[in-house]
Design a binder for this molecule. Structure first.
Ligand code: NAG
Ligand code: NAG
Ligand code: NAG
Ligand code: NAG
Length: 533
């Protein structure tokens, strides 16, 4: 009874909050796309009567490759850092990785948390603030490796009672938005973070525990840094979080007080800045305290109602090749938690029409893809496709290296889609795909985003350094394994291309997932703690 009442209350409040968020607070609106499992199942089928048997996403780099990346963490980073500040990175290494469709096209990194430390593979999300983990699970995504072709070991559930450094955040804590609803101020603080339009959420209670980070000194010796952070013990996940997105948790990297970068900066451990670097090959890097390269370009964050709430920027115009479109400016959020980019309707129409006009290859349709503009093209032809550039104030420009979703057959590129979708929201989202090829610096201290071309291998101001001896922090954790990938599992990616014509009914609406991600602080709700009692 009590439970039912709470659910009702929750529904009402959530509804109100979401409408609020959509209307007034796009800082927290969120759009994530991924392809459905159903589509994954259609790995082999026919298009135009031709059997397509091996449609595959380009192979991920080997484990050795990731280890090489980790090694270069140990190189001295020639950054413009004050003496007391260092670059920090997760103790397992700064590497990030994407597993394609299986994990919703987002980028992930390993973080070590608690005492004894346990590793979690968390999604990187610059569009939200909370770090949550599957924890004391009532309803969590499967964690067994057998469930995921990209993993060779089971994922882990967090258990605060097993960690000697964990403590509950009480309802009276300043971070406890739902505090006023608690019966007793000493109670553990409940939270719910909602991604409402897809019924997607994480809820549970807040704890404080240790995040293990590492830094390197002037002699490239690694040392550990233990930082107390706030963690959502996510007892109950719903929607996309049960369906391949962030099965092992998510790290919110937003501007809110509770996000990991906010807490690290407030503790004086780093400059209030961090970087994400996304290489073309699905690997990348994360560095806390990184202020970027000397040659980087930048643009200021935009406040909403005079408050800086998200990594929103003003795009002055959009160029296709050398043609810059009139009145193609828009506002957009840099959101690594959105796989593919969204443009406001009006801009989308102009951009896609101009793009289509300038592309000299055959238009095609790949059923099941969420994108409108797809073409048949070889990798040769792909080279002749006009570039896309976002123009920012003061002549800063952002060339989009990878606006396309490539379609592979037999390891060869046979087509591509312009991986951009329209949104009815007033603001666009610069998704993870647009950030590929860049080291993006979220400079919270100066309220700017910076970017510079990078292959993410070496972040020392453009000077290449050869990775040294064996890594001190060789990951002991599950890593993506190519070996394990059977011919079947290879096709997790754009397998929709081969969808059988006989089953057209479940077409694109299934694949378009607009996540209405609400600022979790706005939405902390007293759900789980009470309903579970
Ligand atoms: C994690 O725990 C192991 C075993 O107790 C220890 O050797 C290692 O140094 C710890 N790592 C961190 C980052 O604290
Ligand atoms: C969300 O949940 C509601 C109520 O259970 C359901 O009617 C609706 O279809 C769900 N929406 C999606 C997109 O799954
Ligand atoms: C750190 O590096 C220096 C120079 O390479 C070396 O002499 C020293 O022993 C190292 N210190 C530790 C604690 O490993
Ligand atoms: C932008 O670039 C143009 C052409 O290179 C130049 O004429 C103009 O002065 C620049 N504007 C600013 C604000 O730097």
């Amino acid at each position: 009874m009590e439970f039912r009442f709470l659910v009702y209350l929750l529904t009402v409040i959530l509804f109100t909050q979401c409408s609020f968020a959509i209307t007034f607070s796009t800082s927290s609106s969120k759009l994530i796309h991924r392809f459905s499992d159903e589509v994954k199942a259609f790995r082999v089928s026919s298009r135009n009567g031709v059997e397509i048997s091996s449609i595959s996403w380009p192979k991920k780099k080997s484990m050795e490759y990731y280890e090489l990346l980790v090694n270069s963490d140990l190189q001295r980073q020639k950054m413009k850092l004050g003496a007391q500040y260092k670059l920090l990175f997760p103790s397992k290494g700064s590497k990030t990785m994407s597993f394609g469709n299986e994990f919703g096209w987002l980028h992930y990194t390993w973080v070590d948390i608690g005492t004894p430390n346990v590793s979690f593979l968390v999604a990187l999300d610059t569009g939200s603030d909370l770090l949550w983990l599957p924890c004391n699970c009532i309803q969590c995504a499967p964690l067994s490796a057998s469930y995921y072709s990209s993993l060779d070991r089971d994922l882990t559930e967090y258990s605060p009672s097993v960690s000697s450094t964990s403590k509950h955040l009480s309802c009276s804590h300043e971070f406890c938005e739902l505090g006023p609803n608690c019966k007793n101020p000493k109670q553990p603080c409940p939270y719910i973070a909602n991604y409402l339009s897809e019924n997607t959420s994480s809820s549970g209670f807040l704890v404080e525990d240790t995040l293990h980070l590492a830094t390197t000194d002037d002699h490239a010796n690694k040392s550990l840094v233990h930082a107390p952070i706030v963690i959502g013990c996510g007892r109950k996940q719903t929607g996309g979080y049960l369906d391949g997105i962030a099965p092992n948790g998510l790290i919110g990297l937003g501007l809110g007080d509770m996000s990991v970068p906010s807490v690290l900066a407030k503790a004086g451990l780093m400059h209030d800045s961090f970087s994400l670097c996304f290489n073309e090959d699905d690997s990348g890097r994360i560095f806390f305290g990184d202020q970027g390269a000397a040659t980087q370009q930048s643009t200021p964050f935009l406040p909403l109602n005079k408050i800086y709430m998200s990594y929103m920027v003003e795009v002055e115009g959009y160029c296709i090749g050398s043609s810059c479109l009139k009145q193609s400016g828009f506002q957009a959020q840099f959101d690594s938690g959105t796989s593919f980019t969204f443009l406001p309707d009006e801009v989308y129409k102009k951009v896609s029409a101009e793009f289509d006009k300038r592309v000299n290859v055959k238009r095609s349709s790949y059923e099941g893809f969420p994108w409108e503009y797809c073409y048949e093209a070889s990798s040769q032809e792909l080279l002749k496709i006009p570039s896309m550039t976002l123009k920012f104030t003061l002549n800063n420009s952002f060339v989009v290296h990878n606006p396309f979703f490539l379609i592979y057959e037999n390891q060869k590129v046979t087509g591509f889609c312009l991986a951009v979708e329209p949104t009815e929201l007033k603001y666009g989202t610069i998704g993870q795909n647009f950030m590929t090829g860049y080291r993006i610096v979220f400079d919270r201290e100066n309220l700017k985003v910076h970017w510079s071309h990078s292959n993410c291998e070496d972040l020392s101001d453009g000077k290449r350094e050869i990775p040294a001896s064996p890594s001190h922090d060789r990951p002991e954790n599950p890593l993506p394994t190519n070996e394990k990938q059977t011919p079947h599992s290879q096709a997790v990616a754009p397998a929709v291309a081969g969808r059988t014509p006989s089953k057209p009914s479940a077409a694109s609406p299934l694949f378009i997932r607009h996540f209405c991600m609400l600022g979790w602080l706005q939405l902390l709700l007293l759900l789980l703690f009470l309903s579970v009692i």
